[in-house]
Write a protein that binds this ligand. Sequence first.
Ligand SMILES: Nc1nc2c(ncn2[C@@H]2O[C@H](COP(=O)(O)OP(=O)(O)O)[C@@H](O)[C@H]2O)c(=O)[nH]1
Ligand SMILES: [Mg+2]
Length: 371
Amino acid sequence: MPNLKLGIVGLPNVGKSTLFNALTEAGADAANYPFCTVDPNVGVVEMPDPRLDFLFEHSKAKERIPATVTFVDIAGLVEGASQGEGLGNKFLANIREVHAIVHVVRCFDDPDIAHVLGEVDPVRDRDIINTELALADLQKLEKRLEKVEKTARSGDKDAQAEERLLDRLIEVLAEGEPARLVEPQNETEERWIRGYQLLTEKPELYVANVTEDEFLGDPGQSAYVQALRDAVDRDHEPAEVVELAARLEAELLALDDDERRQYLDELGLHEPGLYRLIRAGYRLLGLISFFTTGEKQSRAWTIERGTRAPRAAGEIHTDFERGFIRAETMAFEDLEELGDEKAVKAAGKTRLEGKEYVVQDGDIINYRFNV
Ligand SMILES: Nc1nc2c(ncn2[C@@H]2O[C@H](COP(=O)(O)OP(=O)(O)O)[C@@H](O)[C@H]2O)c(=O)[nH]1
Ligand SMILES: [Mg+2]
C-alpha cells in the first residue's frame, strides 16, 4: 500500500480548513513532495512513530524516512449537494482517490461563527453529510441499474446477478445508509462493488471539533461529542470519534519540536490530536508498519495487516518481491529491550522467515533476495 490518503469532509464552518491548515503546518518538508505545493488542498504529514526515531539514532543512519499520510481538504459538501447540478467533478475526483474519509463534525458553540443551519447539532450534521454521500452513490447506481435491467431481461445470467446486487445496494442507499453495510456474497459481487467506486464504500471516521476550553478543561465531557458517539454506536459503525480542538491544533503544530513539547507539557497533553487522528486512520484501515534500517537509512513502511513477507518486500522494490529468499526479522521491542542486534541474536530472537511469513507490526526486516 502506498502512503495513506485521507479526505476531510464536513459541512461548511465546522473547522475543516482550520484542521487542514494545522496539519500542513506540521507538514513533511514540502520540497520532498512536490505535488502538495501544486494543489493547495493537499497536505502531506509524517506518520508519527517514535520507533523510527529510535532506529534512526540506533543505526546512526544518514537518512530517516518516515511513512507519510496525505490529507485532502475536500470542500463542496452542503445539504442538497447531490441534487441539481450534482457534486462537482473536482469534489468527486478528490474524494474518489482517498482511502478513507475523515468527517469533521462541529461540536463547538461560537456565536461569531455562523452554523449553516442555525443550531449546533452534530447528530443532524453527520446525517446530512452521510445522506449526501449516499445519494450521490444512489444516483450512480440507478443509472447502472437502467443498463443492467435491459440485459437482464434478455435472460443474461450475469446481468441478473448484478441486478440483484444493485437492488440490495440501492435499498440501503435510499435509506441514506452507506453502501459498506452491504456484504458482498462472493468474489464477483466484490469485484462489481469495487468497480462502482462508491463514496460510501470508503471507511469513515469522525473528528469531533470542540472548543479549546472544553478540550483542555474536561475532555470527554462534551454533550455534543457524547451525542455524536451515541449516534455512531447506534448505527453499529466501527468508526472512531476523535475529539480534538482544531484551533488548538493549529497553534500547536505551528511550533517547532521543542516549543511544541514544552507547550504540550504545559497543557498537560501527551501529543497533538493530529497524531491520534493518524493512528485512528491506521486502525480503521488495518494498517501496520515495518522497518528497514542500516547505516544508509532508517525507514518505515506501511502495509495492511496480514501481508506476507514477499508482498511486503514488494513495497520496497519489485525485485525484492520477485527474488525473495528470506526475511531476517526481529521485533522492535526485542531490539529496544536488549539494546543491539548482537544481543537480540544471542537471545535467539532473530528469525529467518520464509514466503509464508505474515509481517507483524514493528518488525525490523533485512531482506535476502536474488535477481
Ligand atoms: N470557536 C471556535 N472556532 C473554530 C473552531 N474551529 C474552527 N473555528 C472557526 O470557524 C470558522 C470556520 O472554520 P473553517 O476551518 O474555515 O471551516 P470549514 O468551512 O469547515 O473549512 C473559522 O473562523 C475558524 O476559526 C473551534 O474549535 N472553536
Ligand atoms: Mg474550508
